[in-house]
Every structure is written in C-alpha cells, then in structure tokens.
Design a protein around this ligand. Structure first.
Ligand code: GRF
Length: 215
C-alpha cells in the first residue's frame, strides 16, 4: 500500500452495514488507506453499529424522528460530520434522501454505492426492476452524490450476469458479494488522491473519465 497518509472518512449507515464491514475489513487487511473517524447512523438499531464498536470506531446515532424536517436533521448531521473534518463521506446503506443543502456542502466529497448498473434502475427494489426489465446484466455502481437521486457521476461499476433461475433474492446476494469488492476498490482509488470531481465531471489521474471504471 502507498505510504501516503490515510484519508479521514466518516461513514453513514442505516442498517445491516455489510458494505461498511467490507470497507473496515479492507482497511484492517491493509488494502484500504483510510481512517474511520466516525460512523453515524440515523437508527440506533442499525446492526452495523455493533461491529464498529468491535473495530474501535466511534459511532453516533442521530435519530431523524426527533427532527421537525429534513433540513434541520441534515444541519445537525453536517455539524456532527464536520467536527471530524473528513476528506470523504461514505454513504453505506444510508436510507435517507439528502437535502440539496447537504449535498452542496459536501460536493465532490460524498460517495454512495447503489445496487444497479446506473443509470439503469435508480431508486429502490433495483433487483426486481432488473428482473422485470429482463436485463441480462446487472450489478452495482459507486458514484459521487449530486442533487439528482442516484444520478451523480459514476466512478466504478461491477457487473453480474442475470440467470434465468434468478429471483430478486438470489440476484441481490450475487450483487452484494460484488459490492463488497467494489466499494473498497473505489474508495482506495480516492484514498490514493487519484480522483477529482470538477464542474460535474470526474477525473482519474487528471484525465476525464468517459465511462465508469469496471472491476
Ligand atoms: C446495498 O445494497 C447498497 O448498495 C445500498 O444499500 C444496501 C446496503 O446494504 N445502497 P448494507 O447495509 O451495506 O449491507
């Protein structure tokens, strides 16, 4: 691994946290040059919080039901995130729509993983959407977050073949396995300071990325 200083990251979760776990594993195995300064969840029952504690990563719960509206919640979230001054904010199954103010505040520093080959199948139930569309290929994408839901510039993708025998469950399991490789790979590229978002376009090693990288 490079000997540059690890990037400081904050991750946001809402539930299971298996993608976060894959990032923590990669970091512990020396394959991901990040330091988790905090993991924040909007739910106190998020399973992902438990293994953070085991990995000695500080956690904070900011319960969205206690806030009068989206913006007041997001302002509190910004306050908590900014205490850590992160280089990157990682959404890992954070099941909330973010306000334009939040997205603008972290422009170029906010990434998400979405379980489809974007721009196909935005939103929820992506595996069922892929089956309904009779897609032959499906997968996952890591993208920078912009105001358009699941619409920001895509850094990296991974694909799986859709089998005739697949249902949404079997397909989601195969995609999730790939997600666990994809997210650490994409974040490592960012940790190597090789990725930049400028005027809505992604640059990798100073060249404009014309299409998403594939692993
Ligand atoms: C993943 O499928 C991810 O692509 C999507 O939400 C799910 C989160 O799963 N954004 P987990 O909490 O990381 O296990």
């Amino acid at each position: 691994m490079s000997n540059t200083h690890p990037i400081n990251v904050v991750a946001l979760i809402s539930g299971r946290g298996s993608n976060l776990q894959s990032l923590i594993n990669a970091q512990q195995q020396g394959k991901l040059n990040v330091e988790f300064s905090s993991v924040i969840s909007n739910r106190d029952d998020a399973a992902g919080l438990q293994f953070c504690e085991r990995a000695n990563i500080p956690t904070t719960v900011i319960n969205h039901t206690l806030f009068k509206d989206r913006l007041s919640y997001d302002k509190e979230l910004i306050k908590e995130i900014d205490r850590h001054n992160p280089y990157l904010i990682i959404l890992a199954g954070f099941m909330r729509i973010l306000s334009p103010e939040f997205v603008a505040h972290y422009s170029g520093r906010l990434v998400n993983i979405h379980p489809s080959l974007l721009p196909n199948f935005k939103g929820l139930h992506t595996h069922q959407q892929a089956l309904d569309a009779e897609a032959t290929e499906h997968g996952a994408s890591v993208h920078f977050v912009t105001e358009e839901l699941d619409g920001g510039p895509i850094l990296m993708q991974t694909a799986v073949k859709v089998k005739e025998s697949d249902d949404a469950d079997t397909l989601s399991q195969r995609v999730l396995k790939q997600e666990h490789k994809l997210y650490p790979a994409a974040v490592q590229l960012i940790a190597e300071r090789r990725v930049e978002l400028k005027n809505g376009k992604l640059y990798v090693d100073d060249s404009e990325l014309k299409q998403p990288l594939r692993i």
